[in-house]
Write a protein that binds this ligand. Structure first.
Ligand SMILES: Nc1ncnc2c1ncn2[C@@H]1O[C@H](COP(=O)(O)OP(=O)(O)OP(=O)(O)O)[C@@H](O)[C@H]1O
Length: 685
């Protein structure tokens, strides 16, 4: 509903805010250019004058302070420029309980305060009071502040769409974030990269974003429920809330691949924050296990499962993804600690250390990893000779080596292999051909390493974000918690596992993180109701709530042969190129199928990209890729080819098909030749 009576007032107010912002921009430009000349002057001064060391240091410090100051002003300028385009998107008129004054709270992507009278013209969306906008309609409302809860009443709530400083429309709403605005946001075409959702964050999402207290937050959410968006907004919120103690350098994202990292890389800069470092889980492993030979990658494990998937391989993966395995390895660690150190009296040069001394010191430092502990034992028990003199470095080295050799194993890998003998299941450790260690062994090995010779922890990380949590095993979580003692936000969807044999349930995760708060996001925002309902055939979740947004029914096209299937896909691609849509994802089950598809259809347009695990960037236009690689991404239109019974019949296939279908926002086509996969009940031609 548009209110003409008040529209004029709002336009006037917008005019006032814009002119104040312009003035601010002008001042900032001025200050930036004078900072710039100051820095040049100061550098020239250092260069041209013969200064002594102290003077040089003083002047360098002065230059660096000027540069810092200039950078801060530039960051502020970019915020003001953003506000000039769209100063605010919401307003609530709030009266605090026991007060009579109505406060007009305008909410935008950044705050804007008048310098002379500290008048808050715009509140940052992360400010405590802005929460009211996301959580309440008219009437009673409250919000939390660092010093407690504020209660009151909302007298008015409005939403605006302002672009290039011009009000496109405004909507008065008595409800929470108005459905019309949300639907308008969702029905737009996709951008090249993920965008922020700050104008339409939903109440259940806001609660996760603003959770400040939990050490670990686990978000289980259905496909398209905004998990990744929420997690990134949560980071932006925490950076705002704890700005004195937390910077973007203290945050790390563990993401599934480089394309995904590139896809989400816009969100935080759009919100005025620096981008966050991301690592792939395998990079962590490579760092800790460097020098231990070749390691199978996670995507190679999935490819091997899809290609052959022999039962022994599956059994090894399943076992190493179980909680029992974790317990067995813990049992072994206790055993080796107690049994594998066989101390003897030591007599080296003029030093004597009794067996009893060794045992006592070994137990005193039992929290240390074995190898460090043995070094400690050597340096404590063997630091003086019989006459009480400090031992020489050469003797000290001999003592260390003698004491270390009293432990049954000197290298991690032999100890790890010994574990499988200890539990009577040596067949569960196997190299891939070419002496490549199976992916399923990588994290157990790191776990053992933490007890044998220690892991390098990441103390600079104060908040860890783990996306696609369903793809990690309990063992991986235990290792992650050893590497990162920080707070954590962990998110994923049990139904989007690319490896169901090693997926972790929430119940299992709770065993690893007993104090974690778990949140379930059930509303699906990405796809039309037709696409969401269609995908429910693959994974019937009766708790899922589809968003009421309509579009075309998904189509399954039966083709006479592979050749005619390619022909049909080429036609669909041409239709896409003539449509309003920006992105088309052709999502095959495997990378081999994706390459085959690329060969068959790449002449349709010059702008077709084949995405593989080695790719680095997401692209607009037509992308051909595999289901595992498409995780987390989204497209206006999706084509899923080869949905025949031969390609899709196992649980893993079903999960991959679910991932592929749920990437579609507006349109979904599936094609097959021969027999349709049994996962779809009916054929629609
Ligand atoms: N409150 C919201 N307002 C507008 N758009 C939203 C909102 N919540 C989610 N979306 C949109 O829904 C889509 C899905 O969001 P996102 O990718 O964060 O979900 P997800 O749960 O991580 O998805 P998946 O697990 O399927 O990869 C995105 O286009 C996002 O912008």
């Amino acid at each position: 509903m548009v209110f003409n009576k008040t529209e004029e007032e709002e336009r006037q107010y917008l005019g006032v805010v814009l002119s104040k912002l312009r003035k601010k921009l002008f001042d900032l430009e001025d200050r930036i250019s004078s900072s710039h000349s100051d820095v040049l002057e100061a550098k020239k001064f250092i260069w041209e004058n013969k200064l002594d060391q102290a003077e040089q240091a003083f002047n360098r410090e002065h230059v660096s302070l000027k540069i810092d100051f200039g950078e801060k002003e530039m960051a502020q300028r970019s915020k003001v420029q953003k506000l000039l385009n769209s100063p605010y998107f919401g307003r609530v008129d709030f009266v605090e309980k026991g007060q009579t004054e109505i406060e007009n709270i305008y909410i935008g992507i950044h705050s804007f305060v008048e310098e002379n009278n500290l008048n808050h013209l715009i509140y940052d969306w992360r400010a405590p009071v802005s929460s009211v906008f996301y959580d309440f309609g008219m009437g009673k409302a409250d919000y939390s502040t660092p010093v407690g809860k504020v209660e009151g009443e909302v007298h008015l709530k409005r939403q605006y769409s302002i672009k290039a400083g011009v009000m496109e429309y405004m909507v008065e709403s008595s409800l929470n974030i108005n459905d019309d605005i949300l639907l308008k946001e969702l029905s737009g075409t996709s951008d090249e990269k993920m965008k922020n959702i700050v104008t339409s964050i939903q109440k259940e999402q806001n609660a996760v974003i603003r959770n400040e207290t939990s050490k670990e937050v686990i978000i289980q959410g259905v496909a398209g429920s905004g998990k990744t968006s929420v997690a990134l907004h949560r980071i932006a919120f925490l950076l705002y809330r704890f700005k004195d103690t937390l910077t973007s350098k203290n945050i790390l994202i563990i993401s599934p691949n480089k394309v995904f990292s590139n896809y989400i890389s816009n969100v935080l800069p759009e919100l005025g924050e620096e981008n966050i470092r991301e690592v792939h889980i395998e990079e962590l492993a490579h760092k800790q296990l460097s020098g231990m030979g070749k390691i199978q990658s996670f995507h190679q494990q999935i490819t091997d499962l899809m290609d052959a998937g022999d039962q022994d391989f599956i059994d090894r993966i399943k076992y190493k993804a179980s909680i029992d395995f974790l317990h067995e390895l813990d049992g072994f660690i206790n055993y080796m600690d107690a049994e594998y150190f066989s101390p003897e009296d030591v007599t080296i040069d003029s030093v004597f250390i009794s067996k009893e001394d060794l045992v006592r010191t070994y137990h005193t430092y039992e929290r240390m990893p074995i190898q460090q502990r043995l070094e400690k034992v050597a340096s404590i028990a063997g630091n003086r000779d019989r006459k009480g003199r400090k031992v020489s470095p050469a003797t000290s080295r001999k003592i260390k080596s003698a004491i270390k050799s009293m432990f049954k194993y000197q290298d991690l890998l032999s100890l790890y292999k010994d574990f499988y003998h200890y539990i009577g299941k040596p067949h569960l450790f196997k190299y891939k051909s070419g002496k490549i260690m199976e992916y399923a062994d990588v994290f157990p090995l790191m776990y053992l390493k933490s007890y044998f010779n220690g892991l390098e922890s990441y103390d600079y990380v104060k908040h860890l974000l783990v996306d696609e949590m369903q793809d990690y095993t309990p063992m991986q979580y235990v290792v992650l918690s050893k590497l990162f003692r920080s707070k954590k936000t962990i998110l994923g969807d049990r139904n989007q596992s690319v490896n169901p044999y090693s997926s972790t349930s929430i119940a299992e995760m709770k065993k690893v993180f007993p104090t974690a708060e778990t949140v379930e996001l059930l509303k699906s925002y990405r796809s039309t109701i037709e696409i969401t309902n269609f995908a429910q055939q693959l994974n019937d979740n009766n708790k899922l709530i589809p968003i009421e947004r309509h579009g075309e029914e998904p189509q399954i096209l039966n083709c006479k042969s592979r050749t005619s299937e390619f022909e049909e896909i080429r036609k669909l691609m041409i239709d896409f190129l003539q449509s309003d849509h920006n992105s088309l994802g052709i999502i095959c089950k495997t990378q081999t199928q994706a390459s085959e598809m690329y060969q068959a259809v790449n002449r349709v347009s010059q702008d077709i990209v084949l995405l593989s695990f080695d790719s680095e960037e997401f692209h607009e236009g037509i992308i051909i890729t595999s289901a595992p690689m498409s995780k987390g991404l989204e497209f206006d239109q999706v084509i899923v080819p080869f949905v025949d019974a031969a390609s899709y019949h196992t649980d893993l296939d079903k999960s991959l098909l679910y991932i592929a279908c749920t990437r579609a926002m507006h349109k979904l086509n599936l094609t097959y030749a021969d027999t349709l996969t049994p996962f779809f009940k009916n054929t629609q031609k």
